[in-house]
Design a protein around this ligand. Sequence first.
Ligand SMILES: Cc1cc2nc3c(=O)[nH]c(=O)nc-3n(C[C@H](O)[C@H](O)[C@H](O)COP(=O)(O)O)c2cc1C
Length: 214
Amino acid sequence: MNIVDISKRRYTAKHYDKTKKIASADLKQLLEVLRNSPSSVNSQPWHFVVVDNEKSANKILPAISDFNHARIVDSSYTIIFCVKTSLDEQHLQNLLEQEDKDGRYANAKLKQEQDQGRHFFVNLNSATSEKLLEWESKQLYLALGNVLFAAAAIGIDSTAIEGFDNQKMDQILDLQKQGFKSVVVASFGYHAENDGNAHRPKSRLPQEQLFTFL
Ligand SMILES: Cc1cc2nc3c(=O)[nH]c(=O)nc-3n(C[C@H](O)[C@H](O)[C@H](O)COP(=O)(O)O)c2cc1C
């Protein structure tokens, strides 16, 4: 399948078929796509909470806007996309050592340069907690876009969800204590027969309104 076909195939599922479950091997693939997402200076400022059972789905419902409840309850999996409340030394060191372990550094100088560069950009974007949240959220939304596209590529339907109360979500999952903050949610599954959106034509502004060639 070509990439334009995948981009057309991806749409926002509004109703899921509760009886059709995503295979765990497919979930694994989606999680790998999240893990492989790009982020500025490879900061990986994220954490993903995977809701994979009915009890947990019900637990997070009070944080979800009413109009999105069915998407959480009837889909196979819901992922809560979180940022880290701090990109502290421990995290930066963890990244550096992982990169070293993964064979990214031919010598100590390269490793040191990467560490310095990352500190520079993290400091640049950490002046206030709001600024850090904004910077981290940009990275997180890239991961969201990647996984929505990847899901469509393997025939899995999805719903990006901003219709939720992030403070309530943080409370329910005790995220602050773990150093995380919820930013966006996405559900994955297979659409129900009555999902009107599955058959609606996609609507986008025409190319000439979107692109400028210089
Ligand atoms: C970040 C983001 C948040 C969204 N939040 C919701 C939501 O809470 N509930 C919902 O039903 N759709 C939500 N949507 C779906 C959009 O309405 C949808 O992507 C848009 O109308 C384009 O339609 P399409 O995805 O079917 O191409 C969200 C989409 C994005 C990208």
